[in-house]
Design a protein around this ligand. Structure first.
Ligand code: PMP
Length: 988
C-alpha cells in the first residue's frame, strides 16, 4: 500500500457528528437499553457515555475513515484479550437485539459504523500529575501484557494504512509538516524524524511485527488509585489504532504517551517504562536499539498531526489541548541524543554497553598519544570527589572558595579524574539533578601553554574554547583553549591545537585542559553527566587516559554505587538493622543541613535532630580531634572534660537538678533513669505514654509501646508497665478544652488502680513534647497535674528530652519547660553529641546518691574525654551561633507556611509542634482522621527525588517530621516548603 492510499493524508477527517437524540435512539432501540446518554470528548471518533439499567457503556461512532473490517478486527481483538484472561480491564462489544456487534447508521449523507462497548472503570492515567518510577514500570508492564496477548491474534483488518502506524511516521511528518505554521517547530519535527528514520532503516527489516494495540498512551490507559494515592494502571481502551506493526512500537508509544508528565526527564521516564515492559516481554537487541528512534518518530508525527488536525477542527478542545503538549514532548525528546538513549535504555535493562561501542573503547585504549602539554604530566591526581579533603568544611559550596582551596593545593600537570562525581559541580537547593560526573580528564596547566594534538585527525568543530578532533573511529574533545586552530583543518599528531585559556571567573578549577574521548563520531557530548544517565555517558565517552601521555593510573575515579553498597550491607548486617528508603542514595558527606550522595548531588536534610548544630561542624570536629590527640579513656580517670561538661549541663538545668551520670545513647540514658527510679523509690511499676518510644534496651523497650518499631508492642509489654492514654489533642481520646484534665484523670485512675492492687509506683517516663507522635504539644497543664499525682503516689517523673531538648523548641531549651514542670530526672542524647555517642542522665543529689545502694555506676565510654569534648563544643555552638533563637524564628516561618498547607490540601490534617520540631500530619479523611501512611511514604520518596530528605513518624506513620539541624537557613526552609508544595500540587 502506498501513502497516497492513506485517506488521512489526502483529506482532513473531522469526527463524525451524530446527534445526541439519534445516539439515544440507537441505544434504546437497537441495543435495547434504557438509560441516559451523554457525549464524551474524542480525538477522531465520536463517543457517547451510556448509563443504563444494565451497566455502563460507550457508544462508539467510528470516524468514516475506518473501514468496517478494521472495526471488526478491533471487536475481535477485544474478545481475544478477554479470552486470554488478562488481568487488564478492557472493553467488550455488546451485541444488538439482532446479534450484531457493529451496525451501520446513516448520518449527514454518509454511513457510520456504530458499536456499543462496555465501559472500563478507572481514571485516565493522564489525569495524574507526577508518575512515580514504579507507576511508569507498571505502565510498561501493562503494555507488555497487552502485546504478549495480542501476539497470537490475527485478523484481515490488521493490515491497514494508518497515520499512527510508527512504521509510517516519517512519511506522515513529511506529508503533514506543511501544516505546521511555526517554521522552527516545522524544522524540528522534520529533522528529528529524518534523523530517526535514517537510523531506523537498517534495523526495520529485523524488527519483529505482530498485532499491537498501538495507542497505549496516558489517555487510553485507565488507572485506579493505590493506597498511596499513586495510580495503578489497570485498564486499556480505544482499539482504534489496532494494527500489525513493529512490536517495539507498542512500548515506544507507551513511552511517548507519558513523557508530558515530566518534560525535564524524558529519558529517565523511558527507562522505567521500558524496564517494566521488558520484565514481562523481553525485547530483542534490535528492538532496544530501535526503541528511542520510534519514540522520536512518534513524537514528531504526533506534533505535526496535532497542528494538522487543529487546522481541520479548530474547535475540537481535545485536539487543542493536546497540541501544545505534543510539541513540548517533541522538544524534550529531540534534546536527547539517540545514542545516549540507546545506551541508557540498555543500562536500564541491565545490559552492557552496545557491541559497537565496546569496539571503539578498544580503539581508544590502544592510542599511543603525543604529549598534550610540553611540560609532561606529573603522575598525581586531584581529588575533587565528595570525600576530597581539599574541599572539606563546605569549601565546595561556593565556586570561589572551591577555586581557592584547589589552587592552594594543586600544581600544574595535576590530573582531574575521569568518571569522578565532582563536588565542585554540586549545588544546593536543586530540585533536579545537575551534571556532576566528569566525562573527561582535566590536566592543569599554565595559561598560554601550548596544547598539542595527542593523535592525528581532522578538526570537526571549534566553539567556545572547545575543539573536537575527529580521529578514525572516535572523536577527541579538548576544551579550555584559546586561539584554537580552524575547524576543518587536518592536524598531525603533536601539532599545535591552541593555547591554555585563563579560564572563566566562575570556574571552580584553575586553568586546565579538558580531554574527552567520544565513541560516537559527531555526538555532541557534554563535559559532565547527571548521575542517572552517567553509566550511559561513560559508555559513550570512554576512559580518555590513554590520550594523555603520562596520565597516572589513578586518573579514573571509582564509581561509588549505592545499590552495590546496599547489597553488601544486606550481606553483613543483621536484618533488623533498618535503612531509610527503598533505593537509598549513598551519602558519604554532610555539611550543615545538607547531605551529599555518591553522584555529588546535594539533599536537604529535614530529619536530622542528631546533627543539631549541622553536619561536620568544624568546632565539633576540632574539639574531638584535639581531645583524641591528647587523651581518650574511660570515665574512671580524673580529667577535666567530663567535669567541664557536667558543670555546663547543670548550669542549663533548673534547680534542684544538679548531678549528672554520663552514658552514650538515649536508650542507655532511659535505661539508667528507670533503674534509678526504682532504686530511689523502691517501687516497681512504671507509667508511660501509649505508643511511646524510649529505646531498644530490655528495660527501655519494655516501656515503649510504639507499634512502628515493634508491631507486637501493645500486647507484649511486661506487667509492670502501665500505659496511659496518649495525650494527643488532635487524634487522642480527648480533644476538647478539658483534654488536659481528662488525660490527667487517666493518670490518676491508673495510679489509683495500682494503689488498690498494692503495686508500688516507681514513676512516669514521658516526653514533654510528644516527639514520637510527631511533635504533638501536650495540653496545657497536663504534665503539671500528672507529675503531682505521680509524686503523691511516691513515684518519680522522668522527662525524656532525647528528641525535643537542647533548644530545638526555640522558645525553650528543654521540652519540660513548655509544660512548666521540673522533672526529677532528665535524660538526653542524640543532639548532645551532634552524632557522637554522648548521652546523660541529670537528677538531684539525693536521688543520685540513692543509686549507691546498688553500688557504683560506670559506663566505659560514657563521659569519655572525646565524648565530653564533643558535648561541650555542641553547647558552645548552640550558644555562639544563637541556634535556639534561629529555631524559634525559622520554626515560626515553617509552621505558618505548613499551616497554610492544611488550609489548601485535603491530605494535610494538622501541624504539630513548635520551633524546629514540627510534624505535618497526613490524613485520608478529616472527619475520621484516618492516617495516610502510604501517602506519607510516597510523598517522602517524591521529596527525595526533589532533593529533600524527610521521613514519617508516629504510630500511624503518617506525620512528616520536620526537625532539621538547627543551623538551617531560611533559603533551605523555603526550598523544603517549595518542594513539599509542588509535591502536594503535582502529586507523588
Ligand atoms: N527516647 C526518645 C524519645 C527517642 O526518640 C529515642 C530514639 N529515637 C530514644 C530515646 C533512644 O535513643 P538512642 O537511639 O540514642 O538509643
Amino acid at each position: 500500500m502506498t501513502m497516497a492510499a492513506n485517506p488521512f493524508l489526502d483529506h482532513r477527517m473531522p469526527s463524525p457528528r451524530l446527534g445526541l437524540a439519534e445516539a439515544s435512539t440507537i441505544v434504546n432501540q437497537r441495543f435495547a437499553l434504557a438509560g441516559t446518554v451523554t457525549e464524551l470528548e474524542s480525538e477522531r471518533d465520536q463517543n457517547f457515555r451510556v448509563e443504563s439499567d444494565d451497566g455502563r457503556y460507550v457508544l462508539k461512532v467510528a470516524n468514516p475513515a475506518f473501514a468496517s473490517v478494521e472495526l471488526d478486527a478491533q471487536n475481535a481483538a477485544m474478545a481475544h484479550l478477554a479470552d486470554r484472561g488478562l488481568r487488564i480491564a478492557s472493553p467488550l462489544p455488546r451485541a444488538t437485539r439482532d446479534g450484531d456487534l457493529r451496525i451501520r447508521v446513516a448520518c449527514d449523507g454518509t454511513t457510520l459504523d456504530v458499536r456499543l462497548l462496555t465501559y472500563v472503570e478507572g481514571r485516565l492515567l493522564a489525569s495524574w500529575g507526577h508518575l512515580a518510577p514504579g507507576v511508569l514500570q507498571a505502565h510498561g508492564a501493562l503494555a507488555a501484557q497487552t502485546a504478549a496477548a495480542l501476539a497470537s491474534f490475527d485478523h484481515p483488518g490488521l493490515e491497514r494504512v494508518l497515520q499512527w502506524d510508527c512504521r509510517r511516521a516519517a512519511q506522515v511528518v513529511e506529508a503533514l509538516s506543511p501544516s505546521v505554521a511555526d517554521p522552527v517547530r516545522r524544522e524540528l519535527a522534520r529533522s528529528t524524524a529524518l534523523a530517526a528514520e535514517g537510523r531506523l532503516v537498517p534495523l526495520g527489516a529485523n524488527l519483529p511485527e505482530q498485532a499491537i494495540h498501538g495507542d497505549l498512551t496516558d489517555v487510553n490507559v485507565l488507572a485506579v488509585p493505590e493506597a498511596s494515592g499513586r495510580p495503578r494502571p489497570a485498564g486499556i481502551i480505544d482499539f482504534g489504532d489496532l494494527i500489525r506493526s513493529w512490536r517495539v512500537a507498542e512500548v515506544a508509544v507507551a513511552i511517548e504517551g507519558v513523557l508530558s508528565h515530566d518534560l525535564d526527564r524524558p529519558l529517565q521516564q523511558a527507562c522505567n517504562v521500558l524496564r517494566g515492559f521488558h520484565d514481562v516481554l523481553a525485547l530483542e537487541d534490535v528492538e532496544i536499539e530501535a526503541c528511542w528512534l520510534v519514540v522520536a518518530l512518534r513524537a514528531a508525527a504526533d506534533a505535526v498531526s496535532a497542528d494538522h488536525q487543529l487546522l481541520a477542527e479548530p474547535a475540537n478542545r481535545y485536539v487543542a489541548r493536546a497540541h501544545e503538549r505534543d510539541w513540548r514532548v517533541l522538544e524534550a525528546v529531540a534534546a536527547v541524543p539517540a545514542a545516549l538513549a540507546h545506551e541508557a535504555l540498555r543500562h536500564a535493562l541491565g545490559l552492557s554497553a552496545s557491541r559497537a561501542l565496546r569496539a571503539v573503547h578498544a580503539d581508544v585504549a590502544a592510542v599511543r598519544p603525543a604529549p598534550i602539554l610540553d611540560r609532561g604530566a606529573t603522575p598525581s591526581t586531584l581529588d575533587l570527589s565528595l570525600t576530597s579533603e581539599l574541599l572539606a568544611e563546605g569549601a565546595w559550596t561556593q565556586a570561589q572558595s572551591s577555586r581557592a582551596a584547589i589552587t592552594a593545593h594543586a600544581r600544574v600537570s595535576n590530573v582531574g579524574r575521569y568518571a569522578e562525581a565532582r563536588l565542585t559541580s554540586t549545588r544546593l537547593h536543586r530540585a533536579s539533578e545537575l551534571a556532576t560526573v566528569h566525562l573527561g580528564v582535566d590536566v592543569l596547566a599554565a595559561p598560554g601553554d601550548a596544547v598539542r594534538a595527542p593523535i592525528a585527525g581532522r578538526v570537526r568543530s571549534v566553539a567556545a574554547g572547545a575543539l573536537v578532533l575527529a580521529a578514525a573511529s572516535f572523536d577527541v574533545r579538548i576544551s579550555g583553549l584559546d586561539g584554537a586552530v580552524d575547524a576543518g583543518s587536518r592536524v598531525a599528531r603533536g601539532a599545535l591545537l591552541g593555547r591554555v585559556a585563563v579560564g572563566a571567573d566562575d570556574d571552580a578549577l584553575p586553568p586546565h585542559v579538558h580531554v574527552q574521548a567520544v565513541a560516537v563520531p559527531g555526538l555532541a557530548a557534554p563535559g559532565s553527566a547527571e548521575g542517572s544517565v552517567t553509566d550511559a555517558w561513560l559508555a559513550l565517552c570512554p576512559d580518555p587516559t590513554s590520550l594523555v601521555s603520562g596520565a597516572p593510573a589513578g586518573a579514573v575515579a571509582p564509581r561509588l554505587s549505592s545499590a552495590a553498597l546496599l547489597a553488601r550491607r544486606r550481606r553483613v548486617l543483621a536484618s533488623p538493622q533498618e535503612n531509610y528508603y527503598v533505593e537509598p542514595p549513598r551519602f558519604e558527606l554532610g555539611w550543615r543541613e545538607h547531605l551529599v550522595d555518591s553522584d555529588a548531588r546535594a539533599y536537604l536534610d529535614m530529619v536530622n535532630n542528631v546533627a543539631v548544630v549541622g553536619h561536620s561542624h568544624p568546632a565539633v570536629q576540632r574539639a574531638v580531634a584535639r581531645q583524641l590527640r591528647l587523651l581518650n579513656t574511660n570515665s574512671r580517670f580524673n580529667y577535666a572534660a567530663m567535669v567541664d561538661y557536667a558543670e555546663r549541663i547543670v548550669e542549663l538545668l533548673p534547680a534542684p537538678l544538679d548531678r549528672v551520670f554520663f552514658v552514650s545513647s538515649g536508650s542507655e540514658a532511659n535505661d539508667l533513669a528507670l533503674r534509678l527510679m526504682r532504686i530511689a523509690t523502691g517501687g516497681t511499676e512504671v507509667l508511660a505514654f501509649e505508643s511511646a518510644y524510649h529505646g531498644w534496651t530490655t528495660a527501655t523497650d519494655a516501656v515503649s509501646s510504639s507499634v512502628v518499631d515493634n508491631p507486637r508492642a501493645r500486647t507484649t509489654r511486661p506487667e509492670w508497665l502501665h500505659t496511659v492514654s496518649s495525650p494527643n489533642v488532635f487524634r487522642g481520646a480527648h480533644r476538647g478544652p478539658d483534654a488536659a484534665q481528662r488525660y490527667a484523670e487517666d493518670v490518676r485512675c491508673t495510679l489509683a488502680r495500682l494503689r488498690e492492687a498494692d503495686r508500688p509506683v516507681a514513676g512516669l517516663i514521658a516526653e514533654a513534647v510528644y516527639g514520637n507522635a510527631g511533635g504533638v504539644l501536650l495540653p496545657e497543664g497536663y504534665l503539671r497535674s500528672a507529675y503531682a499525682d505521680v509524686r503523691r503516689a511516691g513515684g518519680l517523673c522522668v522527662a525524656d528530652e532525647v528528641q525535643v531538648g537542647y533548644g530545638r523548641l526555640g522558645e525553650h531549651f528543654w521540652g519540660f519547660e513548655q509544660q512548666g514542670v521540673v522533672p526529677d530526672i532528665v535524660t538526653m542524647a542524640k543532639a548532645s553529641g551532634n552524632g557522637m555517642p554522648v548521652g546523660f542522665v541529670a537528677t538531684r543529689r539525693e536521688l543520685a546518691d540513692a543509686f549507691l545502694a546498688e553500688g557504683s555506676f560506670f559506663a566505659s565510654v560514657g563521659g569519655a574525654p572525646a565524648s565530653c569534648a564533643a558535648g561541650l563544643a555542641v553547647l558552645d555552638v548552640i550558644r555562639d551561633e544563637r541556634l535556639q533563637a534561629r529555631a524559634s524564628e525559622l520554626g515560626e516561618h515553617l509552621r505558618e507556611r505548613l499551616s497554610g498547607f492544611v488550609d489548601r490540601f485535603e491530605i494535610c490534617g494538622a501541624v504539630h509542634g513548635m520551633g524546629l520540631y514540627l510534624g505535618l500530619e497526613l490524613v485520608r479523611d478529616r472527619e475520621t482522621l484516618e492516617p495516610a501512611p502510604d501517602e506519607a511514604l510516597a510523598i517522602c520518596e517524591r521529596m527525595l527525588e526533589k532533593g529533600v530528605v524527610v521521613r514519617p513518624t508516629s504510630d500511624g506513620n503518617n506525620v512528616l517530621k520536620v526537625k532539621p539541624p538547627l543551623c538551617i537557613t531560611r533559603e533551605s526552609a523555603d526550598f523544603f516548603l517549595e518542594s513539599l508544595e509542588s509535591t502536594l500540587v503535582d502529586g507523588w
